[in-house]
Design a protein around this ligand. Structure first.
Ligand code: NDP
Length: 323
């Protein structure tokens, strides 16, 4: 029997490609000069897709080329790069890589929070520019006495909260539902949480349900001493409203890992000296990207061994698990 054909839409970590190359015939879409023609040729043979946020969207347009696809394995816990509702309609299982990146993303979030409050990148630039002999670096804001609100207290939100509990700050959270086993104060709206806090850490999924959850009203509620940290998805924050809030002093500062139109970052943000900007790196260590790539590969391998998917997303639950 010939090996199963898998479409890989974007490069993956070597640990994942090596495992997939051993188990399947891999078709590397990004290497093709004419992707449409290539999809017309190999599309009907494809039974699985390996993808990631590096490749635009896996949606109806792509799936139309893949009438025999059974599974889409996406690298990353956020899977707004896959139209999971459309996949569900077609009976295609979607998997993501939850859990294996929680600690890495939480570590980076704490780093970004401290970098933003204490202006660590700005201080580094100050020293390199030879300005220290002229005058000491200006005093910064502080994490002391702050109340931190977590928007999205899921796996990663809880890992962030665990770390913050060592920092002597008070914690609160917002999500669509109050969690019985969580002691932090719950706020049923993002505005309510912002009013009660002076740091907001955003770590929800992206997609339609969270689009512009953080808007001008939330930023006004956060207030002039307020700091916004976004490690979720760019779409969750109204970027234009954020730029205006930062320019007008409606909030104090922001630390961002994600943007509405990546990898494009508005020049207006880049021009703001009191903002810390990272190029979507929260999970981007070799260790954690290997773990994510391995889990994505393992999902495909398990599926085609008849063992079912390891980590299906809620839109495509798997009930026919083989024992
Ligand atoms: P989880 O599913 O464990 O947690 C998501 C949380 O968001 C839940 O607490 C959920 O609570 C809340 N939430 C979902 N929808 C809404 C909504 N409409 N309004 C308010 N709260 C909402 O996910 P993870 O913690 O594993 O990951 C969270 C997200 O972090 C990912 O989806 C991704 O977007 C982002 N991420 C970013 C990375 C980066 O590189 N910057 C790396 C990894 C993840 P409830 O259901 O009660 O609303």
């Amino acid at each position: 029997m010939s090996p199963t054909d898998i479409l890989m839409t974007a490069p993956m970590m070597p640990i994942a490609t090596e495992a997939l190359d051993k188990a399947f015939t891999i078709h590397r879409l990004w290497e093709q000069p004419d992707q449409e023609a290539y999809l017309r040729e190999v599309g009907p043979r494809i039974r699985g897709v390996a993808t990631s946020t590096l490749y635009g969207r896996t949606d109806a347009k792509l799936l139309d080329h893949l009438p025999n696809a059974e599974i889409i394995s996406s690298v990353g816990v956020g899977y707004d790069n896959v139209d999971a509702a459309e996949a569900a309609r077609r009976g295609i299982v979607v998997t993501n890589t939850p859990g294996v990146l929680d600690d890495e993303v939480a570590d980076l979030t704490i780093g970004l929070l401290l970098a933003t409050l204490r202006k660590i990148p700005q201080a580094d630039r100050y020293l390199r520019e030879g300005r220290w002999p002229e005058a000491p670096f200006p005093l910064s804001a502080t994490l002391r006495n702050r109340k931190v609100g977590i928007v999205g207290l899921g796996r990663i939100g809880k890992a962030i909260a665990r770390r913050l509990s060592g920092f002597d700050v008070s914690l609160a959270y917002h999500g669509r539902t109050q969690q019985d086993d969580v002691a932090f104060t719950y706020y049923p709206t993002a505005v309510g949480l912002a009013e009660a806090c002076d740091v907001l850490i955003v770590i929800t999924p992206g997609g339609a349900s969270t689009r512009h959850l953080i808007n001008a009203e939330v930023l006004r509620a956060l207030g002039p001493n307020g700091v916004l940290i976004n490690v979720a998805r760019g779409s969750v924050v109204d970027e234009q409203a954020l730029i205006e809030a930062l320019k007008s002093g409606t909030i104090l500062s922001a630390g961002l890992d994600v943007y509405e139109d990546e990898p494009q970052v508005p020049q207006e943000l880049i021009d703001l000296e009191h903002v810390v900007l990272l190029p979507h790196i929260a999970s981007a260590s070799v260790h954690t990207r290997n773990a994510m790539g391995k889990l994505a590969a393992d999902n495909l391998i398990a599926w085609f061994q008849g063992k079912g998917p390891l980590t299906p997303v809620p839109e495509t639950p798997y009930s026919g698990r083989v024992t």
